[in-house]
Write a protein that binds this ligand. Structure first.
Ligand SMILES: NC(=O)C1=CN([C@@H]2O[C@H](COP(=O)(O)OP(=O)(O)OC[C@H]3O[C@@H](n4cnc5c(N)ncnc54)[C@H](OP(=O)(O)O)[C@@H]3O)[C@@H](O)[C@H]2O)C=CC1
Ligand SMILES: C[C@H]1O[C@H](OP(=O)(O)OP(=O)(O)OC[C@H]2O[C@@H](n3cnc4c(=O)[nH]c(N)nc43)[C@H](O)[C@@H]2O)[C@@H](O)[C@@H](O)C1=O
Length: 313
C-alpha cells in the first residue's frame, strides 16, 4: 500500500471506520474513498457492483456492518445474520471481480466458542458451540472469514481477516437499547448524575469479563495489518487484559463522579462468561496496544460530554 493507493473505507461514520479513516489520514494516505449508507447501500448488489466498476478501488477496509450489544443481537437475530451476510458478500465478491489488491475483513471475538479455553487463540475457531445471544451474528462473521479464505484459495486474492475484541472510543453508539456495555455505562452514569437519580440499573449479573480496546489502538492495528500482513490465518486484536463488568461499572462511575447505587437486572442476559483474546500472533508481527483502559475511559468520557451529552457538567 503506498500513500497514493486508492483505499475504500466502508462504514467510515461508525466507531471503527471513523477511527481507521482518521488513522489513514494521519499516516499520510491521500486517496481515500468513503460513502455513507445513503450514498451507497452495501446491501444493494447493483449499487456495489457499479461503485467498484467505476471507482478503481485498490484496497478495501470493510468496517460496514450491522452491529449492536447483547440485547440487540438477542432481539433481532434475523437482521444481524441477514444484513451482515449481504453486506460482506456484496463487498468481498465485488472486490474480487474488480481486482482489488487487498481487503481487510473485520470479524469479532464472538466467533469463538462460548466456553473456549482462555485466552482465545485463533486456532479455537469452530471447535465448539457459540454463545446463543449472538450466534446469528457470529455465524455471519464466520461466513465472512471463510469467504475471504476461500477466495484466496480459489482465486488467489489477498483478503485478510482480523478479530478485534470489544471496542470503544469516539463515535460509538450511545443508544441504551442497542449499544455495547461501555458506552451504555458512560451514558447511564452521566445522566443519573445530571438528573440526581439515586441508582443506576445495569444488565445481567456483572460477573462476566470483557476485554476493551480503544479504537485509536484498533485503527493502528488495522493499518499495520494492511501494510504488513497477508495470509489465511485470522489475527486477534486486543489489549491482553480483561475486567469484570461490575469492576468496569465502578471505574466508569468514578470517572463520571456519580455517587448513587448500582443495581443489576438479572432478567437481562450475561452472554459469554469471558472472552479474553490471545494477542501473541499480532505481538509477534510487531504490533502492541498502547492505551490503558483508564486513559481510554477518561478520553472517551470527555468526548461523550463534548459531543453527545445534552447537558454538560
Ligand atoms: N463495536 C465493537 O465493539 C466491535 C466491532 N467489530 C467490528 O467492526 C466493524 C464495525 O463496527 P462498528 O464501527 O462498531 O459499527 P457501527 O455501527 O459504529 O458502524 C457501522 C457502519 O456501517 C455502515 N453500514 C451499515 N449498514 C450499511 C449499509 N447497508 N450500507 C453501507 N454502510 C452501512 C454504517 O454507515 P452509515 O453511518 O453511513 O449509515 C455505519 O457507519 C463490524 O464489522 C464489527 O463486527 C468487531 C469487534 C468489536
Ligand atoms: C462486541 C460484542 O458485543 C456483544 O457481545 P457482549 O460483549 O456480550 O455485549 P455487550 O457489550 O452488550 O455486553 C457485555 C456485558 O455487559 C453487560 N451489561 C451490563 N449493563 C449493560 C448495559 O447497560 N448495556 C449493555 N449493552 N450491556 C450491559 C451485559 O449483560 C454483558 O454481560 C455482541 O454484539 C457480540 O456479537 C460482539 O461481538
Amino acid at each position: 500500500m503506498n500513500k497514493n493507493s486508492r483505499i475504500y473505507v466502508a462504514g467510515h461514520r461508525g466507531l471503527v471506520g471513523s477511527a481507521i479513516l482518521n488513522k489513514l489520514q494521519e499516516k499520510g494516505y491521500t486517496n481515500l474513498v468513503y460513502k455513507t449508507s445513503t450514498e451507497l447501500d452495501l446491501e444493494n448488489s447493483n449499487q456495489v457492483k457499479d461503485f467498484f466498476e467505476n471507482e478503481s478501488i485498490e484496497y478495501v477496509v470493510l468496517a460496514a456492518a450491522k452491529v449492536g450489544g447483547i440485547v440487540a443481537n438477542n432481539d433481532y437475530p434475523a437482521d444481524f445474520i441477514r444484513d451482515n451476510i449481504i453486506i460482506q458478500t456484496n463487498v468481498i465478491d465485488a472486490a474480487y471481480k474488480n481486482n482489488v489488491e487487498k481487503l481487510l475483513f473485520l470479524g469479532s471475538t464472538c466467533i469463538y466458542p462460548k466456553l473456549a479455553k482462555q485466552p482465545l487463540k485463533e486456532e479455537y475457531l469452530l471447535t465448539g458451540e457459540l454463545e446463543p445471544t449472538n450466534e446469528p451474528y457470529a455465524i455471519a462473521k464466520i461466513a465472512g472469514i471463510k469467504m475471504c479464505e476461500s477466495y484466496n484459495r480459489q482465486y488467489g486474492t489477498n483478503f485478510i481477516s482480523a478479530m478485534p475484541t470489544n471496542l470503544y472510543g469516539p463515535n460509538d453508539n450511545f443508544d441504551l437499547e442497542t449499544s455495547h456495555v461501555l458506552p451504555a455505562l458512560i451514558r447511564k452514569f452521566h445522566e443519573a448524575k445530571v438528573s440526581g437519580k439515586d441508582h443506576v440499573e445495569l444488565w445481567g449479573s456483572g460477573a462476566p469479563k470483557r476485554e476493551f480496546l480503544h479504537t485509536n489502538d484498533l485503527s493502528e492495528a488495522c493499518v499495520f495489518l494492511m501494510e504488513n500482513y497477508s495470509g489465511n490465518e485470522i489475527i486477534n486484536i486486543g489489549i491482553g487484559e480483561d475486567i469484570a463488568i461490575k469492576d468496569l461499572a465502578v471505574k466508569v462511575k468514578d470517572i463520571v463522579g456519580y455517587n448513587g447505587q448500582i443495581i443489576y437486572d438479572a432478567s437481562k442476559p450475561d452472554g459469554t462468561p469471558r472472552k479474553l483474546v490471545d494477542v501473541t500472533k499480532i505481538n509477534e508481527l510487531g504490533w502492541y496496544a498502547k492505551t490503558s483502559l483508564d486513559e481510554g475511559l477518561d478520553e472517551t468520557y470527555k468526548w461523550y460530554q463534548k459531543n453527545v451529552a445534552s447537558v454538560k457538567l
